[in-house]
Design a protein around this ligand. Structure first.
Ligand SMILES: [Zn+2]
Length: 224
């Protein structure tokens, strides 16, 4: 009916419908216990422009607040841990990782690109290592491996079994990386999200649901 998604409906003794856009741009509808779903949908349809405007505004603000500023003491994620950024006197190295990120003052203007390059390099090493580990362990042969720039598509497996992973994954805990790796490896045999597919994932990674939920709630942390 609309391209607006209702994230949650909270029913109570109230008499009218109300809408809430949360700080992370989710839409919550509060409704009387007896309100039918079609009644709620009709209401959402009438309010769709307001909802879309408000969600857009909230998302932009959120993005702005999450974009890194590269100031001394700012925190950066790596494998699920938080590390501080230290701006150090001008040195020959641009960016060093040593229980924290040391960024040479002379390279401040290139900070974002330096971080992205560092993350990409680490992502390539670490994710490839996990892919090869599980590929051998479970006998799932892939064709090519590559790292992408995707913001939300954490991984993919093509018809030719080429695997792609976003470098942003390297910021997340290893068990979350493992889930994405195993998810894509499972697509080598099942090119869909059927019950059979999820069963395969579960056999390879019994607690995968935790990581799936983590990704849904924390994926936005990968903004640099
Ligand atoms: Zn999938």
């Amino acid at each position: 009916m609309t391209n607006v998604t209702i994230d949650q409906i909270i029913r109570s003794k109230r008499k009218t419908l109300s809408l809430e856009i949360t700080h992370d741009a989710r839409l919550i509808v509060r409704a009387p216990k007896t309100a039918s779903f079609s009644f709620i949908e009709k209401f959402i349809f009438e309010k769709r422009l307001w909802i879309q405007d408000k969600q857009k505004m909230v998302k932009e603000r959120l993005l702005q607040s999450q974009t890194k500023k590269f100031i001394d003491g700012e925190e950066f994620l790596y494998l699920g841990n938080t590390y501080r950024l230290y701006i150090v006197p001008e040195t020959t190295f641009p960016l060093l990782f040593c229980q924290g990120f040391l960024l040479s003052r002379a390279y401040l203007s290139e900070a974002r690109q330096l971080f992205i390059d560092w993350y990409k390099q680490e992502a390539y090493k670490k994710i490839k290592e996990r892919v090869d580990l599980y590929s051998n362990l479970f006998g799932l042969k892939y064709n090519k491996f590559s790292i992408t720039n995707a913001q939300k598509r954490w991984g993919s497996c093509s018809a030719k079994n080429n695997l792609c992973f976003s470098w942003r994954l390297i910021m997340f805990p290893l068990q979350v990386i493992d889930y994405v790796v195993i998810h894509e490896l499972a697509h080598i045999e099942e090119k869909n999200h059927s019950k059979r597919f999820w069963n395969k994932v579960k056999i390879m990674l019994p607690n995968f649901m935790e990581s799936r939920k983590w990704l849904r709630g924390n994926g936005h942390l990968s903004i640099v």
